[in-house]
Design a protein around this ligand. Sequence first.
Ligand SMILES: Cc1cc2nc3c(=O)[nH]c(=O)nc-3n(C[C@H](O)[C@H](O)[C@H](O)COP(=O)(O)OP(=O)(O)OC[C@H]3O[C@@H](n4cnc5c(N)ncnc54)[C@H](O)[C@@H]3O)c2cc1C
Length: 498
Amino acid sequence: MKANVLIVGAGPTGLAMALTLTKLGVPFRIIEKNKGPGETSRALVTQARILEHYQQLGVSDKFVKEGIPLTAVHIRNGGEDKAELRLKDIGGALSPFPYVLSLPQDVYERLLVKELENAGVEIEWNTELVSFTNQEDGVKVILKQDGHEECQFDYICGCDGAHSTVRHGMETDFPGGTYDQQFFVADVEAESDSLVLGDMYMNMEANGFFVFMPVRKKGIIRLIGIVPEDVRAIDFWEIYPTVQKKLDLTVSQVNWFSTYKVHHRVSEKFREGRVFLAGDAAHIHSPAGGQGMNTGIGDAVNLAWKLASVVKGKASRDLLETYEQERRAFANSLVSTTDRAFTNIIGQHRRGKVLRTVFFPYVLPFLLRFPSTRKGVFKTISQTRIHYHESMLSVGTAGKRRGGDRLPWVQNHNNYEALQSFDWQIHVYGTVKQQVRDELSSVSIPVHAYEWDSSVEAAGLQESALYLVRPDGYIGFVGEDVEDMKRYLNKFQIETFF
Ligand SMILES: Cc1cc2nc3c(=O)[nH]c(=O)nc-3n(C[C@H](O)[C@H](O)[C@H](O)COP(=O)(O)OP(=O)(O)OC[C@H]3O[C@@H](n4cnc5c(N)ncnc54)[C@H](O)[C@@H]3O)c2cc1C
C-alpha cells in the first residue's frame, strides 16, 4: 500500500504522530537516523493533557503504570527544608489524570515503539532524510540507508528535533536566543538519611539552584542545575561537593551526566505547502515546567488528525492551515512565558534572588493553600488550559465554553469515554429537544447526550447547547442552531472517519 505520509524522526513527537495515524488508518512510513530508540532519560514529566490524548488512543494505562505521580515538592534554602508543596491530586476533578507524572523519556519512547510494533508498524531505523523537494502534487524525498532511495509522499512531517533537516530544507528562520549559563543534568543512584527520594526537591539559593526528582522506581534520581562558575564540569564528581553541601545525598553511581546550553526559539513557519514541522524541530525552550516534550506530542496529535482527514477525503485542505494557526500561537506564548520564568529563576539580578529566597520558600507555599491557586497552577502546567480561540476552526460560545476550548472533563458522566473514538462527535448536556433531534438526524455525526446536573454546570457547559467536539477533544463549534452547525461542517467539508 502506498504510504501517504513520511514521518522524519522517531523521538516522542514522531512516535506520537505514528500512533495517531495508525489509529486513524492512514498509511505512513516513519524513519529514524539512529539505530534504535533513545537511551537517556531527558524529559521526565508527562502532563495530564498528553495522558488524556493517550487515553483516546487506548494506551494511557500503560504509561501511568510505568510512571510515578509526584506527591510533593520540597523547597530548600541554605541546606534546609523551608516549605513543602503538596502535589497529590493537585488537579482535583479537572482531569482523569489530576497529577504530574514522572516518566523518563527513554521508557516513554520504548513504550510507544512497542505499541507501534504491536500494531504492525515497522520503524525504519538507520534511515536518514537527506533532502526533499516540495511540489504541487507531493513531496519528493531522498533517503539514505545502505544506499540512496528516491520516493514521493503526499505530505512529510519533520519531527526531527532541534537541528531539523526538514526545517533547514524549508529555509525558514528559527529566531530566539541562548541563555548564558551552562547547565548540568545527571541521573544518579543515591541514598539519603533525611530526603524522601520519591519527592521532588528544589534547592533555591541567592546565587543558584539545584533540582532533583525521582526518575525510575529503582531509586534513581535526576539532578539538574546551573554549573557553578568555579567548576569546569567535565564530569559529575566535580559538581558533587557543591551539591552535597546543599542536599543530604550520597551518590553511589552516575548513570548519565551531561552539560548543556538552553535555547529558546520558535520557527517562523510550521508549514510550507505539503511539509510540516512539529516538536523540537518547530520550537525549543527552557526546561521550566517540563513542557518541551509534551508540546511536541500535542503538535503531533493536532497535525495527525488533520492530515488523516485530508488524506482520507474527510475534510478540505483548508483544515491544514489551522495547524500552524493553533500550534505556533501556543508555542509562541509558551516560549515567552517559560523564557520569562526561567530568566527570573536563574537570574543573578535582585528579582531572581528575591524569587529564589523569598517567593519560592515563603510566598508560593502560602498561595498554594488556596484551591483556586492550585487549580490555576495545575491547568497551566498540565497543558489542560491550552485553547485555540483564535483558530478559524473555533466558532461560538455557550455557557463559559467557547469554540477552541478543551472539552471539560465531567467526572460524574465520564464524558471522555466517548472521545476514545478519536472522531468528530456532538455532545449535549441536558434534554435534546425533539425538533433538534429531528434536525440532527440529517447530520451523520454521533450524538452523545448526558444528563444535566450540578457537575456539568460546574464544568462551565450550557444546558442543551450543541457542542461539536473535534477528534482531539477540543470544541470546534458550539451553539444552539443545527443549521449553523451544518454550515460549519460544510465550510471544511467535514465528515467522520469511521
Ligand atoms: C537534558 C534534557 C532534559 C529535558 N527535560 C525535559 C522535561 O523535563 N520535560 C520536557 O517536556 N522536555 C524535556 N526536554 C526536552 C525533550 O527531550 C525534547 O523536547 C523532546 O525530545 C523533543 O522530542 P522530538 O521528538 O520533537 O525531538 P527529538 O527527541 O530530538 O527527536 C528527533 C529525532 O529525529 C531524528 N532525526 C534527526 N534528523 C533526522 C533525519 N534527517 N532523518 C531521520 N531522522 C532524523 C533524531 O535522531 C531524533 O531521534 C529535555 C531535554 C534535554 C536534552
